[in-house]
Design a protein around this ligand. Structure first.
Ligand code: ADP
Length: 489
């Protein structure tokens, strides 16, 4: 808004008309005193100030304006009757923009000056705003930086107090912080502790994971400085990702050597025990067979019934021992898979038929749906049979009240997928991730159903060795589908 200050109403009126016709907003004051009052409450972009006024003249008004912070930068155009006034104008008022127009007023000249000052005013406003935004931006960045530093300090404090070896790595894979425990295993802060020669190099693993942006979880053997023996450690490195970019990694080495030793001893014990049990069990099964044959002539006797029961229990026992022996083979890398062509379709039909004949649930229907393969595939027929039997016996075992199992087969260019769907108890979501782990059983149902938690672990190993995939989907109370795939080439 522009303020016109003049003691003559006609002058004010004509100026007001002129400026309003060009789209300017205008305010007026008939004396210096009134003008000063108005400048305190309103914001003006420009003041057009008559020099000669009764009472307070234009120069006096200007000098008051110059003394006040709020008004000192408002540009002024003096309206002067005399050229000589120019001297006073420049003397008395320096702060804001300043100019003058002599009377009688040349309207074009005045308009030109008004426009110039007005543009200057607008630019100053815009500049002030930009400056203010810039200041706010700087402030917010400073606060963010401070917050980040605080967070980093907090993180370091936590890492310092951990009993593990803890460290952080920047986005380029360079170690930038290590806690004191680091120096029990590494001579320098810049390099990872040296690993056992058979273990992968941590640097290389990290490079691969930086590209994948995925966490690292691996067992490595590292040696305390000056010690002879390596100790197993679990190395975990988690990327901290912000706006889809890794900012850094937080890592720990946890000593799991004692746990590893106990596990090894347990595995050894299981391996020895199952081997030792196998021989007497085989001969017991042989004698039971003989006994059965000798009772052949009297099939309905009580003795015959008892021998049948003994045989069922011995079969269960030998299945358990077979599982334990498989585990021992897997642990020692000795689970050998043969690769010969076999007819998967036929195998599926045979397994369905066998299970159909052996279970005792009259209402149970095993259905087969999906595509047929019509070609042979490469693999270990007996081991794939083991997987199928395992999935199906589990479907029976964990669906005691359901009367339906469906075997699906799907085929594409790359692979064949076999799924076993049951309508049994299902598996709670929180128990699904470790379901293929060694000795894992769902605790809530483990009392109700017998088992060791080895079957699925062995299945997973067999499928892995065939370069296939495996998995499951389940809904608690609705049922479960276990599947595996086998590559066609
Ligand atoms: P086991 O049956 O001897 O316990 P498995 O390795 O075959 O061992 O299975 C591991 C666990 O997975 C089982 O204890 C059970 O809790 C769960 N499970 C396996 N199959 C099913 C299924 N079809 N429905 C529900 N739970 C299942």
């Amino acid at each position: 808004m522009i303020l016109i200050v003049d003691d003559t109403t006609e002058h004010i009126f004509s100026l007001q008309q002129l400026l309003a016709s060009k789209g300017f907003k205008v305010d007026t004051a008939l004396s210096g005193e009134e003008a000063l009052k108005k400048t305190l409450t309103n914001n003006y972009a420009l003041i057009i100030l008559d020099v000669q006024m009764p009472g307070m003249d234009g120069f006096e008004v200007a000098s008051h304006l110059a003394d006040c912070n709020k008004t000192k930068n408002i540009p002024i155009i003096f309206l002067s009757a005399d050229h000589r006034d120019k001297r006073f104008i420049t003397h008395s008022y320096f702060s804001g923009g300043i100019d003058y127009v002599t009377k009688p007023i040349n309207e074009d000249l005045l308009l030109l000056k008004v426009k110039t000052f007005y543009r200057m005013y607008e630019q100053t406003l815009a500049l002030n705003e930009t400056q203010q935004n810039l200041r706010a931006e700087i402030e917010s960045r400073k606060t963010a930086q401070l917050l980040l530093l605080e967070k980093a300090d907090h993180l370091r404090l936590i890492l310092e107090s951990l009993p593990q070896i803890a460290f952080t790595v920047n986005q380029n894979g360079k170690i930038d912080f290590v806690n004191d425990n680091w120096f029990l295993f590494a001579a320098s802060k810049n390099d990872f502790p040296a690993c056992h020669p058979d273990d992968p190099l941590i640097d290389q693993v990290l490079r691969a994971h930086i590209l994948e942006k995925s966490a690292i979880k691996m067992e490595v053997r590292i040696k305390p400085l000056n010690a002879e023996l390596y100790r197993y450690h679990l190395l975990r490195m988690v990327p901290i990702i912000e706006k889809d970019e890794i900012t850094h990694w937080v890592g720990t080495f946890t000593d799991i050597d004692d746990q590893k030793q106990i596990e090894q001893k347990k595995d050894e014990f299981l391996s020895i025990a199952s081997h030792e049990l196998k021989t007497p069990l085989t001969s017991m099964r042989g004698y039971v067979q003989l006994l059965k044959r000798s009772l052949h002539d009297s099939p309905n006797t009580v003795a015959h019934k008892y021998v049948d029961r003994v045989q069922t229990q011995l079969d269960k026992l030998s299945a358990l021992i077979a599982d334990l022996l498989d585990i021992s083979k897997i642990d020692h890398g000795k689970l050998k898979i043969s690769h010969r062509p076999f007819d998967l379709d036929h195998l599926i039909d045979t397994v369905i038929e066998t299970i159909d004949h052996t279970h005792e649930r009259k209402a149970l229907k095993i259905e087969r749906v999906g595509q047929r393969l019509h070609t042979l595939i490469m693999g270990d027929e007996m081991r794939i049979e083991q997987v199928l039997v395992n999935f199906m016996t589990n479907a029976l075992k964990y669906g005691p009240d359901s009367d339906r199992i469906i075997i699906h087969t799907e085929i594409d260019d790359q692979e064949v997928k076999v799924s076993v769907q049951d309508f049994g108890i299902g598996i709670p979501v929180q128990n699904q991730a470790p379901i293929f782990d060694k000795f894992y059983r769902v605790e809530e149902t483990s009392v109700r159903f017998q088992g060791l938690g080895l079957g699925l672990y062995i299945c997973a190993e067999i499928i892995q060795q065939h370069k296939g995939q495996y998995g499951m989907k389940s809904q608690l109370g609705e049922g479960t589908t276990f599947y595996f795939t086998l590559p066609l080439n």
